[in-house]
Design a protein around this ligand. Sequence first.
Ligand code: ATP
Length: 296
Amino acid sequence: MTKAHIEANHLEKAYGKIKAVDGVSFGVQRGQCFGLLGPNGAGKTTTIEMMEGIIPPSSGEVLFCGEPLSKESQHKIGIQFQNTSLQDFLTVRECLDLFSNLYRHTRSKAELIDLCSLEDFLDRDNRKLSGGQRQRLLLALALINDPELVFLDEPTTGLDPQARRNLWTLVEKIKSEGKSIILTTHYMEEAYALCDEIAIMDKGKIIAQGAPKELLKLYFEGQYIEIPESDLQGKKPEIFNYPFHRKGENIEFHVPDVKLALAELITQDISLNHMSVRSASLEDLFLHLTGKDLRE
Ligand code: ATP
């Protein structure tokens, strides 16, 4: 494998007795979108803040193109923070101007305005933007120095589904420009849609890592069949010999072969009118690995 664009080696960060990050190692290849996933407090932000050079690790190191992080390498990095305070009263255009003055090398503003679809609200006070518009501005600001590598810390938290989809399209565009991306999120579907590789974090550690589809294949064969318990007509779910769990009024069976399972349900005279079948998701994987929901 070629040298990683950025690499975390045995990163640890302790705050008193709290180990926010507890021995995290991974590499991100050039042009890859790498997702760090996990519930609140898993250690995602702390990990990427060490990789951005914002906070020093308690131990371990970060390599950028094989070398320890330096001021020079930081010029090649763009960061979209979870919360960025922008100066009151500044319009979107003025924010772009202000930030572009901070760098030696900047990307053309016209290109950024087009890329991040800022045209319609360029002269609006930044405090008057919708959540999605604000995130697009913050992304433009993260790209202002035309970085090779971009960190996006929970870029879609709190956005409505439409705004979230818009931001996904934007991330795809940035990826198609060949930039490497490190994204933190607790939306599994976001990681599945955008990331070439993911690391799932819990309590400061990586508990699973790989391409989303391969991870699912590794941990899960088969499908889930969901059926209202009332349609079982008094029969106990145990009689089907499949692992199952209750989801409200429904029973969800995890079955290795849908055709066989359906044949069995039909033999037992179970109505299939309200049945649904789905593949395993990263959410199931998280539940499987940690015994808890991702967003508890
Ligand atoms: P979220 O999804 O909520 O942003 P996260 O996965 O990014 O969570 P971190 O913000 O990295 O998690 O926090 C990991 C742990 O470290 C948490 O228990 C947090 O309270 C703790 N922590 C983070 N920063 C500090 C700090 N400056 N001082 C003390 N504890 C901290």
